[in-house]
Design a protein around this ligand. Structure first.
Ligand SMILES: [Cu+2]
Length: 126
């Protein structure tokens, strides 16, 4: 009896000892990164409807990540956003939203417009 029980007990204690340490090792760095990211990131939302972009000028700080969400509330001009400076084109149906993320490296102004170049807005990094 004891010849069988000892290896089983050793194997069990090894599993129990390994489980909690493996979990904390995989969770801690991820949690720290998440906190650092949310402190630095700049979240902006731009709504586009039949009268244009709201707001149409967005001020951000250079050197920090920007998460910019476009929300479409209409048709036609509200369904496409072109941002040549970021090499991006978004296609949105009414009610949809899309987020783009990037980090402005320096002070600059990045223009965006609808696909027909009728609605205009800009992101100003300082
Ligand atoms: Cu348009």
């Amino acid at each position: 009896m004891s010849k069988i029980a000892l290896p089983v007990a050793l194997a069990l204690s090894a599993v129990l000892a390994a489980a909690p340490s493996a979990q904390s090792k995989s969770l801690k760095p991820a949690a720290k990164m998440q906190a650092a990211k949310s402190q630095k990131a700049q979240n902006v939302t731009v709504t586009v409807d039949g009268s244009g972009y709201h707001p149409s000028t967005i001020n951000v700080k250079a050197g920090r990540p920007v998460h910019m969400t476009f929300v479409s509330k209409g048709t036609g001009c509200s369904n496409g956003v072109v941002i040549p400076g970021l090499n991006k084109k978004l296609h949105l149906k009414m009610g949809q939203q899309q987020t783009i993320s990037w980090t402005p490296k320096k002070a600059q102004s990045i223009a965006f417009s609808c696909e027909m170049n009728m609605f205009h807005g800009k992101i100003v990094a300082k």
